[in-house]
Design a protein around this ligand. Structure first.
Ligand code: PLP
Length: 402
């Protein structure tokens, strides 16, 4: 397969300022500075695959953008083929439920499968909207924090079992692969989770939005595929949005093998009249899955090099800032605790001294003061500029401290 980076130029400079980009155009309101180099919100600075742009252009040429059909057969077929090819999982058309973003899809599922006051287990540090999705819908956040072994995170199974055994806790919201710590959960780890959830009859909402972004030596396992033939207690959330940089098109899908649970989720979707998907989102997803594979393979090579460069740089030049190479996702989890224990101080330092816009750790859980998340899905030269800015600012701190 022609998957060399030469075929797809990820080093091409694409100016995003002035395109209503959340990442680039909102830095003033988010960081209070127009000077920061933005490496925060999880999208990429790369063009989507040529086939995606071509499909959108082709459809845009027809100037009627009115109501689109609800069940477009090539869309579900593209999903079925992709999930089989990339993730060895056979799904049926009926299991696929279209949704807007993954976060709204998670919320719809929480509303469908739990009641106000129920406990929902999450594994912090974790993607911030997990907290809000639970709290804002009057469910209880139940934390099963991950354990770090020198920056390599694992699940705390004993604590998880305790939380699952409590009959007040009705759902586990899994992040797989995990944002922000970059773990691609191993099949054995997920099997342990699966067995525990079966034993205590807890449904699993598995957010697999990052499942296509996995690096050499690691393999994503779809949680629901662990059952025989599928786990009926698992709901899987996926999208082409992270993989192919089309998050602005607001299109995702939920895979629900269980007819009864699917009915409950569809009832919520109908209740809110959300069964109308974005015309361009559907077409872009379809084109990406049908014709974006070579582009994705090249992207993964590029991203993995960025990750390696970042880690090597830190180890060689800034050993006080700890980072473990992520197994998946385009996010790196930086541990600044050797320098900062107070979250506000770190945020202030990153913006004012280093002039980089990262996500503050504390947003991912109370465990994460002193951490920050860096999005390395950008040109290699930008990643290098960011780490160089951090190095310079830290060296100034060291000088002041000594
Ligand atoms: C784990 C996870 N879930 C969901 C999302 C966002 O999904 P959406 O924009 O489709 O709501 C993200 C984006 O960063 C994410 O990291």
């Amino acid at each position: 397969m022609g998957n060399s980076s030469a075929e797809f130029d990820f080093d091409q400079l694409i100016a995003r300022r002035g395109t209503d980009s959340r990442k680039w155009d909102d830095i003033g309101s988010v960081f209070g500075s127009e000077e920061v180099l933005p490496l925060w919100i999880a999208d990429m600075d790369f063009a989507s695959p040529p086939a995606v742009a071509a499909k959108i252009r082709e459809r845009a040429g027809h100037s009627v953008y009115a109501y689109n059909t609800r069940d477009r057969a090539p869309f579900s077929q593209a999903i079925i083929d992709w999930v089989r090819r990339r993730h060895d999982w056979n799904i049926e058309k009926e299991w696929i439920v279209q949704a807007p973003g993954v976060v709204p899809a998670i919320i719809l599922s929480i509303l469908a499968l739990s009641k106000p006051g129920d406990g929902i287990i999450i594994q912090p540090p974790v993607y911030p909207p997990f907290f809000a999705s639970i709290k804002d819908n009057h469910r209880n956040i139940v934390e099963n924090p991950l354990i770090s072994h020198n920056g390599y995170y694992e699940m705390d199974f004993a604590d998880l079992e305790q939380k699952l055994a409590n009959p007040d806790n009705k759902l586990l919201l899994l992040c797989s692969p995990h944002n922000p710590v970059g773990r691609v959960w191993k099949r054995e780890e997920l099997t342990r989770v699966y067995n525990l959830c079966q034993a205590y009859q807890v449904d699993v909402l598995s957010d697999e939005i990052h499942s296509d972004l996995v690096y050499g030596g690691h393999k994503h396992t779809v949680f629901a595929s662990l059952g025989t033939p599928v786990c009926h207690q698992s709901i899987t959330f996926m999208a082409a949005s992270k993989t192919f940089n089309i998050a602005g098109l607001n299109t995702s899908f939920i895979i629900v093998p269980c007819k009864q649970r699917r009915g409950l989720i569809e009832t919520e979707i109908n209740r809110m009249h959300l069964r109308r998907n974005n015309l361009f989102g559907v077409l872009a997803t379809e084109a990406a899955y049908q014709a974006g594979e070579a582009w994705l393979d090249a992207l993964l090579v590029y991203l993995e090099k960025n990750a390696a460069m970042l880690v090597d740089f830190m180890e060689a030049r800034l050993p006080g800032v700890k980072v473990v190479k992520p197994e998946g996702t385009f996010l790196a989890w930086l541990d600044f605790r050797a320098y900062f224990n107070e979250a506000n101080e770190l945020s202030k330092f990153l913006v004012e001294q280093a002039q980089v816009g990262l996500n503050p750790g504390l947003a991912f859980g109370t465990q994460a003061a002193g951490f920050a998340r860096l999005n390395f899905a950008t040109r290699q030269s930008v990643v290098l500029e960011a780490v160089t800015r951090i190095e310079k600012a830290i060296k100034q701190l060291d000088r002041r401290g000594s």
